[in-house]
Ligand binder design. Sequence first.
Ligand code: GLA
Length: 389
Amino acid sequence: MPVPTLDALLTRAKEHFAVSFDKQPTVLAAAPGRVNLIGEHTDYNLGWSLPIAIDRHTVIAAAPTDEPTSTLIAMDVGESVSVDLTKPTHRDAPAWANYLLGVAKKMMPDDGVNTLAVMTSSVPIGAGLSSSAALEVAFATALLGLTGEAMERIELARRCQRAENDFVGVPCGLMDQLVSSCAREGCAALIDFQTGDVTHIPLPDPDTLAILVADTGVKHDLAQSAYADRRRECEQAAQALGVDSLRKATVSDLLSHKNSLDPILFSRAWHVIGENARVDMAVDALKAGDLPAFGRLMHQSHASLRDQYEVSCPELDTLVELAEHFTGHVYGSRLTGAGFGGCTVTLCPPDIAGELTNYLQDGYRERHGSTPTVHHVTPGCGAMLIEPE
Ligand code: GLA
């Protein structure tokens, strides 16, 4: 099925809004999903990463209401809730509403407003492409449109992250929300998580570089608890090395603690220190137009995530191995996002993208019995408010 364009999503949300509420929306907001090219599990260690926003969006059509409650409609799941956004409290279900309540609480801590809102999305849900960050950032952007307030994008991203940490209870870092709010079209976002600085690094245009995102379709149960475990292990490793975050640790620091440090903590820190260095080298490779060098760093990143950080799984490894064994020239492939399922990202010349897609799907099906969806994505821009016509 073709992926709906941003315009098509906006039209769909606007029309549904008009039919549902018998008036036009006053605000249209959109925010993208993301794919991380390199720099994985570095954000909560205050390191660096290099994600792109993708041409898949969540859009929200909204208008203020004087009613004591907001009516929020999620078109794609056919659900609607009535909640008071001025006094957000947890709800048992549906899950998506808690993201919105959390965002309302963080964006409007004092005087909230109630709203009518319709949302729809082309970001695959639960595939590790940050559908939740896209929803949070789109809603935060819509709320700014409704209240007329201005806010720095980094601050908006931080509030969305806090909504997810404190309200929804997912201990994510800042990467997803920040790239969804700040990305620039055609560029990867080099993020420094200590300073919050974002540097836009131009990518080769889609005639030269294809970005394939292959979805294993699996999400192992371990995902959430293992993520929290990794965060804790990194904190323990930093403490043992005498630094306040692993960003500040060097390879020689780590090696000098090799005998005293728990081997698991050693491996986790080894990954983080190496991954930060790989982001730096990957940016140099991009600037030099050296895609094969960029791709080699992606392979190293995957191997480190698999062997040192232990967040891969057989399904992700299969897709990466297939990309490595393909006879055409694939630049690089690695798991993207938290791991334990979700997607790989693969860079290749556009003329082999079709054949590679078939090869990944056939090879994966042979080993795991299902056909992965392969999304061909392009680097898009971050969140925006669009004038309703
Ligand atoms: C998830 C989290 C991010 C980041 C990645 C791993 O996507 O939401 O904050 O930690 O995992 O790099």
